[in-house]
Design a protein around this ligand. Sequence first.
Ligand SMILES: Nc1ncnc2c1ncn2[C@@H]1O[C@H](COP(=O)(O)OP(=O)(O)OP(=O)(O)O)[C@@H](O)[C@H]1O
Length: 402
Amino acid sequence: MEGGRMELECTMDEQDVVVLDAGSGFLKVGFCGEDAPRAVLPTVMATATADENREDEATAVSGDAQKKSQVFYGDEAVLQENAVITRPVQRGELQLAAAEKDAMENLLEHVFRNVLSVEQEDLPCLIADTMPLGQGSYATRQWMAEVMFEKIKVKSLAIFNTAALSLFSTGRTRGLVVESGEGITQAVPVFEGYAIPHAIFKMKVAGQDITHRLKSLMAEELGEPQSYRTMQAMKEKVCFVAPSGSGGIPAAASDSGDEEARSFELPDGKIIQVGEKIRTGATEILFGGVEGEASMQKICMDAVNTVDLDFRQDLVKSVVVAGGTSMLLNLAPRLRMELKGALAADLSRTVEVVSDSQRRFAAWIGGSMFASLSTFDQVAITKQEYEDGKADVRSLVARKTF
Ligand SMILES: Nc1ncnc2c1ncn2[C@@H]1O[C@H](COP(=O)(O)OP(=O)(O)OP(=O)(O)O)[C@@H](O)[C@H]1O
């Protein structure tokens, strides 16, 4: 290994390993060795009370004999209007309340049975977890292990930190991973493939907050509110990061440039042109301005300042952006500029922000690559180990997840 980069020996195994990354917004799932997830669906379950008079609905009978409830997952779930919506992962953490656990378990069963259409039993599985291994993640990892072995009946299970996997997808083992998804943005120092828990800094400002900010800016502009889904699509199409901060954009922005890049079709068919102030104003919250929350550059600085002096150069040389929100145009150069201005001279000179083309699904892709290696079998918890360690699954996940 040289300078934190390593040779990736992708020794393909014959076996299919299911690779799963369930984020606050989207669940990514597919098979090892593939370069993209087979399916990406909202991490959402909706339970609607069905109209009793409608005979044509496929229903699940609830406890109440009078009522029937219908369950939807993913894209179908977010479209439901009069339904109880459950989002089991919030701000990057699997919620352990009964309703959320129930939703996650059902969602996993749905994914294995209907989305992947695989024989449910006896498949190895790799799960990406946003929370690093440590006290805070033991309970969720224990619950995941129980569900995967007892309900999904996997053959073996490995759980890895998303940041370590994202870094792995770039061929590096040392670096500062800046993950920004739907619910959480975090700066995670990774050393020789391991996330360093005490040096992780987070902020609750990510894709969902940009979407909400855009929603309110557009409601003012159009005089009527648009749905979250519409605003999410608009964000992904027209928003970008101001190269040098909001201060760099003139008050009366010229709105010049590519007309296609700033136009968006509303659900009613009307095509609007979105001004530069809105396109960059919504994303500016990543760099400060949300009360009580840090900025992307602050969490990076905190992470760098928390690790050993010897390791700081390695970190700033490989600041790797990952997650859906890192797809925003100009995010990497802006972060580099902010860090250059904030770091001490010796570190500022070497700072480099890596923005791979596959960054949106970096954690999933890293998982897909790792699960293809022959070492996967050596690190995964086998069904036998789970059965033997059942009395203390917590200590099993503490010992055998990463
Ligand atoms: N091209 C794009 N431009 C801007 N944002 C994008 C783009 N593509 C995806 N996103 C945003 O990325 C977010 C989803 O990213 P990702 O799938 O990494 O999050 P997650 O894993 O569900 O959440 P988290 O990691 O926070 O728990 C959404 O907010 C989505 O709108």
